[in-house]
Design a protein around this ligand. Structure first.
Ligand code: PGA
Ligand code: ZN
Length: 428
């Protein structure tokens, strides 16, 4: 049973305030969660409650902390820690809004995940095992997910140097997680070398640890990666492939109904965006495209999926916002074939698991993802393994908020005896 809850304001990887929650059980055992925070957020995400005003540039989270320390605390004290669905429903009911705007999704998420941590600790199990026992069919084998790793960044994560948000790599040929990490390491450091040789700044890093060079076009990032693969001796497609997070909602102009590529001084229609992306999948080893079109461009998404969906992973991030109603709309309109799963877009563990399973059951690929604002909390790694998410997106191999997750996967890998999802996970 829950004995106490303590919430506080801490700071994330961008230096912004965020919520941390501790749950203490009657046994004295406890659990802790630090809440992540996005920058290129989707319009349909659950509400992250911030104080406004002048303190911490309006970004303080003292109201959310107070909601947790008073309202959520009194509701949770005395409740059974085993019944996560009940705990989450209780908080949702008290909040009473679809977007969790009364209590704040940051307050609710912190409490929700602190509870599962406490429950796992009480059961004497690592979190990933506890999650698997609770949410996966008995006997299902666990594997380390395949990472999708930021190498070159743009958009809102790198001062809008280029328009697309992320150029990522997917290790294809490695058959174990440590082997995949070695490939990621080699590509990361070779990219630094190649960028510096080309006269770019590769000393300053973007929000998720990728490089943020001032390239002359978006496509140049793809050319840089090809050069890097070549210099590393990796075969494109067979050894290593490219994933894009276009994050196009953030350069879509609703009034003009077009996509504005500022760094190239041109605007594209929905169909022209699809043409460009299709061409890139032919000219470069691109096998995965996230938010290729904007969050409200459903018509475009259906067309994009018709054109590329048979062999390219088309991920909805801002499009679906981990929200079951929006995912259902995606099924109905045949928009996308994969979903990015971000726990703070929806706000509780129970709802995160629901959306992930809904996607899996429909044959969608699932990619469990961090936010651009993170902390040393590594819950996400356990979540991705414990729910057999298949793929994980936690940024680049720079900064402790990122490495906390990669390192946790190394520990889990040891416990799983090296079981790794491998490349079959993103094949169609
Ligand atoms: P965000 O970006 O956390 O800033 O929203 C991550 C992403 O778009 O995948
Ligand atoms: Zn995204």
């Amino acid at each position: 049973k829950i004995k106490d809850l303590r919430a506080r304001e801490i700071f994330d990887s961008r230096g912004n305030p965020t919520v941390e929650v501790d749950i203490i059980l009657e046994s004295g055992i406890s659990g802790r969660m630090m809440v992540p925070s996005g920058a290129s957020t989707g319009q349909f995400e659950a509400l992250e409650l911030r104080d406004g005003g002048t303190r911490h540039r309006g970004k303080g989270v003292m109201k959310a902390v107070e909601n947790a320390n008073t309202i959520i605390r009194s509701a949770l004290i005395g409740q059974d820690i085993e019944d996560q669905a009940h705990l989450d429903n209780l908080m949702n009911k008290i909040d009473g809004t679809a977007e969790k705007s009364n209590l704040g999704a940051n307050a609710i998420l912190g409490a929700s995940f602190a509870c599962i941590h406490a429950a796992a600790n009480e059961a004497g199990l690592p979190l990933f095992r506890h999650l698997a026992k609770k949410y996966l069919p008995a006997g299902e084998e666990l594997s380390i997910p395949v990472p999708m790793v930021n190498i070159i960044s743009g958009g809102l994560h790198a001062g809008k140097n280029i328009d697309l948000q992320d150029f990522l790599i997917i290790p294809v040929s490695p058959t174990s997680y440590p082997e995949a990490l070695e490939m990621i390491y080699n590509v990361y450091w070779k990219t630094r070398e190649v960028l510096i040789k080309k006269g770019h700044n590769a000393y300053l890093l973007a929000d998720e640890g990728g490089f943020g060079p001032q390239l002359s076009s978006n496509e140049e990032a793809l050319e840089v990666l090809s050069e890097v693969f070549h210099q590393c001796g990796y075969k494109p497609h067979t050894d290593v492939a490219i994933a894009l997070d276009v994050a196009s909602s953030h350069f879509y102009d609703a009034e003009k109904n077009n996509y504005r590529l500022n760094s190239e001084d041109r605007s594209l229609s929905s169909v022209e965006m699809i043409d460009m992306l299709e061409k890139w999948t032919k000219d470069h080893p691109v096998i995965s495209i996230e938010d290729g079109l904007a969050e409200n461009d459903w018509e475009g998404w259906t067309l994009l999926t018709q054109r590329l969906g048979k062999h390219i992973q088309l991920i909805g991030d801002d499009l679906f916002t981990t929200n079951p109603a929006r995912l259902q709309k995606g099924f109905d309109l045949k928009a996308g074939n994969s979903i990015l799963v971000k726990m703070n877009q929806i706000g509780t563990l129970t709802e995160t698991v629901f959306t992930l399973n809904m996607a899996k059951n429909a044959g969608f690929k699932t990619i469990v993802s961090a936010r651009s604002g993170e902390t040393e909390d590594a819950t996400l790694s356990d979540l991705a393994v414990g729910l057999n998410g298949g793929q994980i997106k936690i940024g680049s191999v720079a900064g402790s908020s990122r490495l906390a997750k990669y390192n946790q996967l190394l520990r889990i890998n040891e416990q799983l005896g090296g079981k790794y999802m491998g490349s079959s996970v993103f094949e169609f």
